[in-house]
Ligand binder design. Sequence first.
Ligand SMILES: Nc1ncnc2c1ncn2[C@@H]1O[C@H](COP(=O)(O)OP(=O)(O)OP(=O)(O)O)[C@@H](O)[C@H]1O
Ligand SMILES: [Mg+2]
Length: 429
Amino acid sequence: MKVENDKTSSSLDLVKGLSDSAFVVDRERNIQDFNRPFLKLNRIDPHKARGIKESFCRDHVNMEICENSCIALKCFEAGAAVRFDEVKGKTEGGETLNLIVTAVPIRNQQGEIVSVLEMHRDVTDEARIHEKYKVFLDKEKRAKEELERLVNERTKELRNTQAQLVHSEKMSSLGQMVAGIAHELNNPINFIYGNVETLKEYTQGFQDLLAGMEHLIEGNDGLKGGFDQLKEKHDINFVLGDLGKLVQSIRHGSERAAEIVQGLKTFSRLDQAQLKETDLHQDIDMTLTLLRNKYKNRIEIHREYGDLPPVVCFSGQLNQVFMNLLANAIDAIEKEGDIWVRTRVDGKSVVIETRDSGMGIPKENLSKIFDPFFTSKDVGKGTGLGLSISYSIVEKHGGKIEVESEVGKGSTFRVILPIGGPPEQKDQA
Ligand SMILES: Nc1ncnc2c1ncn2[C@@H]1O[C@H](COP(=O)(O)OP(=O)(O)OP(=O)(O)O)[C@@H](O)[C@H]1O
Ligand SMILES: [Mg+2]
């Protein structure tokens, strides 16, 4: 804005015509003109308005900014309009005002600045609304963030529950299938195992018969020659020596097969939906039998079993826990090493501890290993669900799992279970 006139009638008209508080000051900052809004903003009684002219502006205007830099002076110095936003003003009653202050030079016909028109726009209400709006926006932003956090949390929970459900559904159908196969294999294996003894007896009979025949034909060269020829043709001497070993290895093999079938049956217990008193040592042994292929000839298993009472539990589910802890321990040992399985009673609980001499778990992973899908194993090797499922199974039993580990030395997982079973379900046992 450029006002070119002398400071008489037209500047007065200009000031009077403004709706914002406005006044004109000379170089000494004495007030030359002012308008009604000026009186109103500065809470000046209109009856005392006469004394304002030619008085020092600061006697009527109270703004923080005036203490350090006078806006009118700045305008004189700049020789151009200046504007200040967010100026704090104070009324006599102590009320704080938010102002936008604009100062415009007024020039005479020679172009010299003779005075300055200063305008004060009161934006206190707008600022208040703006502040309220900001608070509201902040609140809304926080509410939105909280909502997002809750949604993420719930989604994660749902995802975990779903994953666990899918996994346990899979485990239960796998369990049924394994139980079916174990049942089918049981008969033929018993058949072999049961007949090995008879086979041994029959073999002994034939050996006795041969020895008897040899004895009988002793001295009869004709018969003996033919008999020896037959013996040689069928390599009977070797057969006789090998037969015993053969029967022994059939017995051994069928015993192993029976053990595995028993392991499968134990692992897949169809009674897993019911709480039952269980010999945990038997379960751990069966699990180790099933895992034998993964550790034989490279890992030594040390069983340091204490005197455990039968434990009330969902046996099939606990087998999943032992299976996973032991499989993890085996996986943690790259080449050769040791695994210790220790059990003991501690008050009203049993403690089952698996310790391995494997690679250990880095500190930063310790808090994550029970999270679903956390795995350090190669793609396709581990689902990362084993420990999270073990955790919820042990929790369901009213127990807990503890872990200690040192990188390069190995890990210890401790399962603590109440002997009497899950607290709230005791009466069902
Ligand atoms: N005994 C252990 N030694 C070293 N690391 C272990 C041991 N047990 C668990 N971990 C770490 O915890 C991770 C999670 O184990 P978890 O049993 O949940 O999943 P996983 O074994 O990777 O996969 P899955 O059990 O589904 O086959 C493992 O990938 C491994 O990094
Ligand atoms: Mg695992």
